[in-house]
Design a protein around this ligand. Structure first.
Ligand code: SF4
Length: 155
C-alpha cells in the first residue's frame, strides 16, 4: 500500500480512537466532554506549531493534512532543530490529546480497548510504512538516524 494511503488511514484511525474517547467523556458528563473538546482544539494547533511546522517533510507529509495545516497556519516557522520549548509544547499537546482522556476512559471498557487497539494499529502502520522514508530526523521516534536531511537543516 502507498505511503500516503497508510498515512491518511492511520490519521483517520487516530481520529476514530479520539472520537471514541470523546463519546465516553460525554457519557460521563456534557461538561467534561465539552471541556475536552475545547482543550483538544487548542492542543492540535499547539502540536502543529511546535512540531509539524518545523518538520522538513511538512510539504511531503505522509499524513497529508498535518503538514498542509502547519504550512498554512505557521508559514513563517522554518525547519530547524527542535528546541526544549518545542519538545515541551509537543509533549503537552499530545498528553492532552491522548493521555488526559484515559482518566475517565478506563471506566468504559469497550471504548478503552477500542481506543488502544486502534491506536496501536495506527502506530504500527506509521512505524512500518512512514518512518523509514520520513526525513524528520529530529523526531524522537526517528532514533536520531541520519538520512542526509532533517530538522537540523534549513528549508
Ligand atoms: S511528517 Fe512532519 S508534518 Fe507530517 S505529521 Fe509528521 S511531523 Fe507533522
Amino acid at each position: 500500500m502507498q505511503r500516503n494511503t497508510i498515512g491518511v488511514i492511520s490519521l483517520g484511525a487516530v481520529a476514530l480512537a479520539l472520537a471514541a474517547a470523546v463519546q465516553s467523556l460525554f457519557q460521563e458528563s456534557i461538561l467534561l466532554g465539552t471541556a475536552y473538546l475545547l482543550l483538544a482544539s487548542l492542543a492540535v494547533p499547539v502540536v502543529l506549531f511546535a512540531f509539524c511546522a518545523k518538520c522538513p517533510d511538512r510539504d511531503n507529509c505522509g499524513h497529508a493534512l498535518p503538514g498542509k495545516a502547519a504550512a498554512a497556519l505557521f508559514s513563517k516557522r522554518k525547519c530547524s532543530p527542535y528546541t526544549a520549548g518545542d519538545r515541551a509544547l509537543t509533549a503537552a499537546g499530545l498528553a492532552v490529546l491522548l493521555l488526559l482522556p484515559q482518566i475517565w476512559l478506563w471506566k468504559h471498557p469497550v471504548a478503552f480497548v477500542f481506543f488502544w487497539i486502534v491506536m496501536i494499529a495506527a502506530v504500527t502502520g506509521i512505524r512500518a510504512k512512514l518512518c523509514p522514508s520520513c526525513r524528520n530526523t529530529g523526531c524522537p521516534a526517528c532514533g536520531g538516524k541520519s538520512r542526509g536531511t532533517g530538522s537540523g537543516k534549513g528549508r
